[in-house]
Design a binder for this molecule. Structure first.
Ligand SMILES: Cc1cc2nc3c(=O)[nH]c(=O)nc-3n(C[C@H](O)[C@H](O)[C@H](O)COP(=O)(O)OP(=O)(O)OC[C@H]3O[C@@H](n4cnc5c(N)ncnc54)[C@H](O)[C@@H]3O)c2cc1C
Length: 430
């Protein structure tokens, strides 16, 4: 396995050193020199967009950077399953934008409603229009509410998805778990790929099982899955057998996990084979890139955004870059770890492009932890590089935690997960 912190720090030094050096040494092209400073607008202040804004600021103090974010408070999804397990508070997941503004980035709390790629402008819900030389689109995901009969955006107020950076959803799910009677069933509907954080639904099932085991031991969790396999499957199945025997059941696609419909009034979920009556249901629908991607013309027919893997520039619109979960980045997982590295790489590429330099071909690291119980975490790591226009695994790199490992290693990984979260969020939001 890769020591993630060291790789990330090495990456950061290489990226920022290179970008800052390039910008300081060279003048901008004539067209841009005519205006006060190149204008970079970033839509979306999550792991990808906010990280890109910080890296651009460090790369060149002269850039005029505006970060457009719809919410005053960002609720970070990584480790948020701990809120459901009772091991973390919602406050530990939440971050504001004051420090980003204090770093010299203009923060606009508003929704970007349209992009005019010809006129190089973004219109905000406030009515303001922002002109850009380069636009970075980092809106994360949109949930396909129409994909499951009986479920809808309105239904999420009763059957939370808790899958975005909207903190009210995770809070609602936590309150529903606290209010349910002992002996009830918690149903988790897991989405098809590609989706945000592939191990996330299984980490969530684990943390909910932990809560039930300690507070409501006659209750059960069932995962109704649209897939037959999932990431770190062997590790999860082994952990569940050890930690939550009889408490957590996984129904794969071929064993009847696929959800046909949901009846909210009757509190039932119908699958291909069975009917489940739930006390609490967490429905995670299939996903596409956030709506602004389509409006900007950077999403393709899949709903995701094809990019040049070196510059993260859209293959569909010039001068617009797409990073984070919204991007179609080949083998790269849709993770916060990857999104924040993409933010830095994209910043370095933009800094280079602004001075007519060729951006360096990147190598990209992702390391994703899943916390299965308070002192028990597992992880998957990967290193990726662009080949023939898309990210593929660097041969022989990456891997998952060992299947047979002493408790001390699992406990150490839980500490690493916490350390990664604290370091990364401090770097971006601190
Ligand atoms: C339960 C769960 C657990 C996870 N665990 C991990 C983990 O352990 N490790 C890991 O690496 N990853 C994890 N992830 C995945 C991680 O959260 C995502 O990959 C990451 O948040 C993606 O970052 P992003 O910036 O692309 O999108 P987001 O974090 O969703 O940020 C996008 C931001 O853009 C804003 N926005 C969208 N549209 C507009 C608009 N039009 N105008 C203005 N603002 C807009 C949104 O408000 C949002 O704040 C987890 C995810 C979940 C759901």
């Amino acid at each position: 396995m890769i020591p993630p912190m060291i790789e990330a720090q090495k990456n950061r030094r290489e990226i920022l050193g290179g970008a800052a050096g390039a910008a300081a040494a060279t003048l901008w092209p004539r067209a841009i020199r005519a205006q006060a400073a190149p204008r970079i607008v970033i839509v979306g202040g999550g792991f990808a967009g906010a990280s890109c804004a910080r890296a651009l600021r460090e790369a060149d103090a002269r850039l005029a950077i505006t970060l457009v974010e719809a919410q005053h408070t960002y609720t970070a999804p990584p480790l948020s399953n701990g809120v459901l397990g009772g091991t973390r508070t919602l406050a530990q997941q939440q971050f504001g934008y004051d420090k980003i503004a204090a770093a010299g980035i203009t923060v606009a709390i508003a929704t970007a409603t349209t992009v005019d790629a010809q006129a190089h402008s973004v219109t905000l819900s406030t009515g303001d229009k922002l002109r850009y030389d380069r636009l970075v689109v980092a809106p994360g995901i949109a949930l396909r509410f129409d994909a499951i009969p009986g479920y809808s955006a309105a239904a999420a107020a009763q059957l939370p998805h808790a899958w975005t950076s909207d903190g009210t959803q995770i809070d609602l799910l936590r309150r529903q778990l606290e209010a349910m009677d002992d002996g009830g069933l918690v149903a988790i509907v897991a989405p098809v790929n590609p989706s945000r954080c592939p191990p996330g639904p299984y980490e969530r099932a684990s943390m909910i099982a932990h809560y039930l085991k300690t507070k409501k031991p006659r209750s059960k969790v069932v995962i109704l899955d649209s897939k037959d396999t999932f990431t770190m499957q062997e590790l999860f199945l082994k952990a569940w057998k050890e930690l939550y025997p009889g408490l957590l059941e996984w129904k794969s696609l071929s064993s009847g996990g696929n959800v046909a419909s949901i009846d909210i009034a009757k509190k039932t979920i119908e699958t291909d084979f069975d009917n489940y009556t739930f006390a609490v249901a967490n429905v995670i629908p299939p996903q596409i890139a956030g709506p602004i991607a389509k409006l900007a013309g950077v999403a393709d027919r899949t709903g995701w955004c094809p990019i040049d893997p070196v510059t993260f520039e859209s293959l569909q619109q010039k001068n617009i870059h797409v990073i984070g979960d919204a991007a179609l980045a080949g083998a790269m997982p849709k993770s916060a770890f990857a999104g924040s590295v993409e933010g830095k790489l994209c910043a370095a590429a933009i800094a280079a492009l602004l001075v007519d330099k060729k951006p360096a071909v990147p190598k990209l690291v992702s390391n994703c932890y899943s916390v299965v119980a308070p002192d028990y975490a597992i992880s998957i790591a990967g290193v990726y590089h662009p080949v023939n226009g898309e990210y593929v695994d660097v041969e022989g790199s990456g891997g998952v935690s060992p299947l047979d490992a002493p408790a001390a290693l699992r406990a150490q990984e839980a500490k690493f997960a916490d350390a990664w979260f604290r370091t990364n969020t401090a770097e971006i939001f601190g």
